[in-house]
Ligand binder design. Structure first.
Ligand SMILES: Cc1cc2nc3c(=O)[nH]c(=O)nc-3n(C[C@H](O)[C@H](O)[C@H](O)COP(=O)(O)OP(=O)(O)OC[C@H]3O[C@@H](n4cnc5c(N)ncnc54)[C@H](O)[C@@H]3O)c2cc1C
Length: 379
């Protein structure tokens, strides 16, 4: 006989974990199904800056704000804009701002540790979900097991298996491809490159390309080398042959400063290709009983506004608040979605606009103007 859960969350990413944590603090149990085999099965990625109105608000709602502050990367808010010749065109200090940086692994660990041990089913890949009527759903896992639930929550990211219950939309290629690389112990291995990249985020942009780098808490510099190219372009690079892949990448940066090129040349481990996808701006759906989406499943956007993870956490906190406030589940989902749709449309627009600015003509000069006006508006 299949199991039944009053509330089932698909995905133990930031959105699903915040949701489960806030509900847990109000005595409401959830069951989370996650395809990763264990909490440590996969590196969760690099640094995130956590915004006051979204990520930080969600952590406060989860009762984890003080613990979060203790994990913040000191100095990580430093920001530099650099031209391709290695001139630092703008630099902002990295202390005591309102967008503290945290390692994504630490943030996820904080949320995982705040939940009861048995709440997450690891190694549980959802393959399909179907409506049973009366708002109930049956969910099928890759091993053939099934369970039923009164409330199904799709927090399963870009390629959500729950989204098709609500919408026919699928993510489309944004026009930007990344090649990720990592320079460990940067200050020792290449002091000049480490010095140029600085202690936080670095943007170097020119000619429809870029190097977006971040100093991590372990002293490494993690770089996204960005290209505006067709989706198939990355398949022309043999990523199993790292020296050849580095050479293929660097041939697109012949006149860039050697310290910037060194972020690729001196990188350790394989280079990792990544296509950037987004859902249509303004993605929404009609209310369907007993199911909803949050985070990337609801509003996947390009990362150029730095909002996706922040919004995902806010979604989790807001959906939990709606479920706590409204004893009627459909009223709760309606209230949550009416706030979700305009909020995510606005930030998806900002992400797309930023992408156009960062990889269009005069990108560096436009970014400098935008960053200075942003600095004034938040001062
Ligand atoms: C290169 C890059 C840089 C980024 N930088 C930033 C940034 O600086 N700031 C920021 O705010 N955002 C950033 N983002 C966006 C951010 O990573 C996402 O918006 C955020 O992780 C979304 O959280 P989520 O919980 O919705 O989904 P996810 O983090 O994707 O979590 C979904 C979870 O569901 C699980 N899952 C998926 N499918 C299934 C299935 N079928 N069955 C069971 N489980 C499943 C996955 O294993 C995963 O654990 C960046 C994104 C990229 C690609």
């Amino acid at each position: 006989m299949s199991e039944h859960h009053p509330i089932a969350v698909i995905g133990a990413g930031l959105s699903g974990l915040v949701l489960a944590r806030v509900l847990h603090t109000h005595g409401i149990p959830t069951a989370i199904y996650e395809l990763d085999a264990s909490p440590t099965a996969r590196n969760q990625g690099g640094m995130l800056d956590i915004h006051v109105e979204s990520g930080q608000a969600a952590l406060r709602a989860a009762g984890l704000f003080e613990e979060f502050r203790a994990l913040v990367h000191p100095g990580g808010e430093e920001m530099r804009i650099i031209d391709k010749h290695g001139n630092v065109r703008m630099q902002e200090a990295g202390e005591d701002g309102d967008r503290p940086e945290i390692d994504r692994n630490d943030l996820r660990g904080l949320l995982l540790n705040s939940l009861p041990d048995n709440i997450i089913r690891w190694g549980a890949k959802v393959t399909e979900a179907r409506a049973l009527g009366d708002g109930r759903h049956e969910v099928t896992l890759a091993d053939g097991a099934t369970f039923t639930t009164d409330l199904l929550i799709g927090a399963d990211g870009a390629w959500s298996k729950i989204r098709p219950l609500l919408s026919t939309a699928t993510p489309a290629y944004s026009g930007v491809s990344f090649v990720e690389c990592d320079l460990p112990d940067a200050a020792t291995r290449n002091p000049a490159a480490a010095e140029l990249a600085g202690g936080g985020m670095m943007f170097a942009l020119a000619d429809g390309k870029g190097m977006l780098a971040h100093r991590e808490t372990d002293g490494s510099v993690h770089t996204y080398v960005a290209f505006t190219v067709p989706a198939e372009w990355l398949s022309g690079i043999d990523f199993t042959d790292t020296p050849a892949a580095k050479s293929d990448v660097l041939q697109h940066f012949p006149d860039w400063d050697d310290r910037l090129r060194a972020l690729v040349t001196d990188a350790e481990g394989p280079l990792v290709p990544r296509l950037i996808h987004a859902l249509p701006i303004g993605h929404r759906w009609d209310r369907a009983p007993g199911v909803t989406l949050l985070g990337d499943a609801a509003h996947l956007m390009s990362p150029f506004a730095g909002e996706g993870a922040n919004l995902a956490m806010l979604d989790g906190a807001e959906l939990a608040a709606a479920l706590i406030a409204h004893p009627d589940t459909e009223q709760a989902l309606h209230a949550y979605e009416q706030a979700l749709f305009p909020r995510s449309a606005e930030l998806a627009t900002e992400s797309a606009d930023n992408q156009a600015m960062m990889f269009g003509q005069d990108a560096l000069e436009k970014l400098l103007v935008w960053m200075s006006s942003y600095g004034e508006s938040v001062a």
